[in-house]
Design a protein around this ligand. Structure first.
Ligand SMILES: [Zn+2]
Length: 138
C-alpha cells in the first residue's frame, strides 16, 4: 500500500486546519436542567434542558447561555478545537518527516576537499513508527 507523499499529506492537513480554524472556539457545551415555574410539569422532575458554553476568556471562565440555534453551532466550534489539536500533531509529524528527508545533498559538498568520496556514516534514513509517544492531555 503506497501512501501519499508527506508533502501531499501536509497540503491536506493545512487545508483541514484552515477549515477548522475558521470557527475555532476553545470551550465546552454544558447541558443543564432548569425549572421555569410552579405550574409547569417540569417541576415533577426533569426540568427543561438548557445549554451554555463554558469558555475561558482572558483567564476567566465565562458561561454563555445558548439558544437552540446556537447550541449546534457552539458544539461544532468546540469540536473544532480537538480536531485542530489532532491536526497540529499530524502536521508536526509530517514536518518532522519532511525535515528528515532533507539528506545532505551534493550541493552541500565542500569544494575541493574530497575527491568523489561521499560516504557519510551514521545517516540512516528509515521510517519507524515506534516513536509515537502518547501525549498526556492538557
Ligand atoms: Zn417548565
Amino acid at each position: 500500500m503506497k501512501q501519499a507523499s508527506w508533502k501531499q499529506q501536509k497540503q491536506q492537513i493545512l487545508k483541514d486546519l484552515n477549515d477548522h480554524m475558521d470557527f475555532l472556539l476553545i470551550g465546552s457545551v454544558v447541558t443543564y436542567k432548569h425549572k421555569c415555574c410552579k405550574s409547569c410539569r417540569c417541576n415533577q422532575g426533569k426540568g427543561h434542558p438548557g445549554h451554555y458554553l463554558s469558555a475561558n476568556i482572558n483567564g476567566k471562565t465565562k458561561n454563555l447561555y445558548l439558544n437552540k440555534e446556537a447550541v449546534d453551532q457552539a458544539r461544532l466550534m468546540t469540536q473544532s478545537y480537538s480536531e485542530v489539536k489532532t491536526l497540529l500533531k499530524q502536521l508536526s509529524e509530517v514536518n518532522y518527516r519532511l525535515l528528515r528527508e532533507k539528506k545532505p545533498g551534493p550541493g552541500r559538498r565542500q569544494a575541493g576537499q574530497q575527491s568523489g568520496l561521499e560516504k557519510r556514516p551514521g545517516v540512516v534514513i528509515k521510517s519507524d513508527a515506534s516513536s509515537d509517544d502518547h501525549q498526556t492531555p492538557g
